[in-house]
Design a binder for this molecule. Sequence first.
Ligand SMILES: [Zn+2]
Ligand SMILES: [Zn+2]
Length: 363
Amino acid sequence: MSSRGVVYADPDARPAVEEVTLDPPGPREVQVRVEACGVCHSDLHVVETRGWGMRFPILLGHEGAGVVEEIGEGVTSVAPGDRVVIAWRAPCGDACPACRRGDPRRCSNNLRARRRVHRASDGVLLAPVLRCGCFADRAIVHEACAVKVPEELPVEQACLLACGFSTGAGAALWASPVRPGSAVAVIGCGGVGLAVVQGARLAGAERIVAVDVLAQKLAWALELGATDAVDASDGNSVAQVRELTGGAGVESAFSAIGAPAGLVDAVRMCAYAGTATLVGIPPPGRTLDLDPDADLFQPKVTIAVTHGGDTIPQEDFPFLAREALAGRLDLARFVTAEIGLDEVPQALDDLHAAKGIRTVVRL
Ligand SMILES: [Zn+2]
Ligand SMILES: [Zn+2]
């Protein structure tokens, strides 16, 4: 089967659209005709870290949704024609200690399909980002990664459940559950941070303080459920958040930026016994400037980390889809641009500027 995909060929290459070929799906694998794929920061992270530890050549894209086209031997959970979101998390079920004790949110042993996509030019196997490779007309994934969602949800919204939206909303709903009536701070109001805002609102937070350096992002946050906006450009956001909460601080603070200072600020925004959660991917080799006594022990602050919102995709994606269809989550507002596959390399560059919330590739 021939197809097209965005290939990052070697560390110095610019990602480019190429012809690719697919082997048929193997046992427990499904072939999905990708219809939409969000442009997520992690794909840029792959390029900026010269491969993120993956082998080359790499097939980019990991925020996809589409329709099941073909199924391999033994597939029972989906059938051709099903609308699916492609998850990059797929808890193994029984092969790791977390799953064996019934705690799949902590699974680190994801199910995966074999690599089945080749460069058409030389036949070399491609390494798909996060086992997805969805900047392509077709993807082959493990059936556990093909998550059925209601067809009524437009596909350009459904794809956001695959990564960015679930990461943010999941951080507030499942990784570090926000308690009803509590106060929350969200540092960084890009696509993921705005999804934290939405998740915190759904969880029943009373106060949601959005923190960012850009007025546009703060305006989006207020539209999507934040109750207060703090302009962080003067470097004084911790004091401002504390002042807004009567000096107490917030029960939950989320850093949705990569810079280590975001997590440090999150810790210092916390109320007694609060939790600071790292959502954004930090650059390697940095350190945190924290005083373990004054910043952590005395205020009894917990630092948590989430990977993709710690979701169980087969349960959580349909839940988020239903909440969106019921009007309690606003996925539509997140889609601020739609582009074609050929525009992906430029769209990755554009992630450096805050041009919109999420750009979605339509295929
Ligand atoms: Zn597991
Ligand atoms: Zn992502």
